[in-house]
Design a protein around this ligand. Structure first.
Ligand code: ADP
Length: 442
């Protein structure tokens, strides 16, 4: 290129010298130079006009203007650049088309939005599952089309580790699982999966367990009642029946406890009868539960130490919180040998409120910790006969905490005791409720 450029420069200089030479012939060297320059300028303007016309006339994009010299080279280079650009564009367009075709074939709805939620693109399944319209919804805010506060909160929170479940705004019988990923310049890729069948099965399972437990409760109450009476009058029974009746009474009360826990768990799962914004006095609640734990400890004489910090009011359902805390505190007593120590501590900080139940008991092998909150999971199955637990206690704790936006942390090691900590978010901490008005003087 450099070589061409010097050649053109030389040509121009030669042309100008010739113009001066021609001027000299008539005794007007300067006029010859000016004339030569004007001619060159005129020619350059004609080429610029050609270029301008070509660039502004897209129909002629493929046909470069004819020219010679430097301008011919410039036209050729631009033409080559343009051709490369068109080829790259076609290749990219083909790739985009392929991606769009394959995403269109997906059964899951896929939606792309920008950081504010402006809809840029979505596939056919998104139209079906969420009721979007191809021609009118582009450029709309997704929150205007999925008018669900939980969705807006999920979208804005930018914490997409767990998916969100909701009913489709267009077809309420469709249950969707929404998963968002961040990409590009804070843009969002939203995937909506139809999980209706799974949701219905889960619902059926919950209903079934709830119904069966309810149905079994009445006959079992009758059987337990009679067995209790028989135990009370066991002196009247033939000796060979006494042991059998005592064991039957013991087992039927275990079954009653199991059914009570199953019913509670199915209520917790459905969020039924939850009073979520009442203010509960944690000091009063834990003191009562620890009092019952002392009775449970009985001859084993555990030392139960309660330390409740300031700001001991929590927004939540007192019944549910009582179930959770008593399960943890009773477990600490059950799994700690006689004269052991149980510490119950309530504290608050910037992160929120925390209830820690720490014991000096047998401890748990850390391999079991991730599964402890599963129903009927036991770290040491050989012990459960001894402790008489239902195997549902920690599952209940987990669900109560879920209902209160909290989480359970477990720290333990074999022979090192255990610590169960319930973490509640800061928004759940409440100030002291107003004293109820005393009307006795009226
Ligand atoms: P269970 O009715 O068997 O106590 P839970 O759901 O309350 O059922 O507890 C599940 C398992 O976790 C228990 O079987 C026990 O192995 C273990 N566990 C719970 N709390 C403690 C504790 N404080 N110390 C040691 N092990 C515990």
């Amino acid at each position: 290129m450099q070589h061409n450029w010097t050649r053109y420069l030389r040509l121009i200089v030669v042309f100008l010298i010739m113009s001066v030479g021609a001027g000299l012939l008539v005794g007007q060297a300067l006029a010859g130079l000016v004339l030569g320059l004007l001619m060159y300028l005129g020619w350059t303007l004609i080429q610029i006009r050609k270029l301008h016309h070509w660039l502004n006339n897209p129909d002629a994009a493929s046909e470069a203007p004819e020219s010679i010299g430097l301008w011919g080279d410039i036209f050729d280079s631009i033409h080559r650049l343009q051709r490369d650009h068109l080829m790259t564009r076609d290749r990219l367009q083909a790739a985009v088309n392929r991606v769009q075709e394959s995403t269109n074939a997906m059964r899951d709805g896929v939606i792309m939005t920008d950081a504010r939620g402006v809809m840029e693109w979505w596939n056919g399944s998104a139209e079906y599952l969420l009721g979007f319209r191809r021609h009118t919804d582009r450029g709309q805010y997704i929150h205007n089309l999925i008018r669900n506060p939980a969705f807006k909160a999920y979208f804005d929170a930018r914490d997409y580790r767990e998916p969100l479940e909701l009913n489709s705004p267009a077809k309420p019988h469709i249950h969707l699982q929404i998963q968002i990923s961040l990409f590009g310049d804070d843009d969002r890729l939203i995937v909506a999966k139809d999980v209706t069948r799974l949701f219905q099965l889960e619902q059926m399972r919950r209903d079934f367990v709830g119904n069966v437990s309810h149905e079994m409760r009445t006959p079992l109450t009758v059987i337990s009642g009679y067995l209790e009476t028989m135990v009370d009058h066991s002196d009247d029974l033939p000796p060979k029946w006494r042991r059998a009746v005592a064991t039957m009474a013991q087992q039927s009360s275990r079954m009653e406890a199991l059914i009570t826990d199953l019913i509670l768990l199915s209520k917790l799962e459905t969020g039924e009868q939850m009073i979520n914004d009442a203010v509960t006095d944690i000091r009063e609640l834990t003191t009562q539960v620890c009092h019952d734990a002392k009775a449970l400890s009985g001859d084993k004489q555990h030392e139960i130490v309660v330390d409740i910090g300031e700001r001991h009011f929590l927004r939540g359902d007192e019944g549910q919180l009582r179930s959770a805390f008593s399960n943890l505190i009773f477990n600490a007593v059950k799994y700690t040998p006689a004269r052991g120590r149980v510490n119950v501590r309530w504290s608050t900080d910037k992160a929120g409120a925390h209830l820690s139940v720490k014991d000096t008991g047998i401890g748990i092998d850390p391999v079991h910790i991730p599964r402890l909150t599963e129903r009927f999971y036991r770290a040491d199955p050989s012990r459960h006969q001894e402790t008489g637990g239902t195997g549902l206690g920690l599952a209940i704790v987990k669900h109560v905490l879920l209902n209160h936006d909290g989480r359970l942390e477990i720290k333990s090691g074999v022979g090192k005791g255990s610590e169960f900590i319930c973490h509640f978010p800061r928004e759940r901490i409440a100030e002291q409720p107003p004293e109820p008005l005393d009307h006795s003087a009226d």
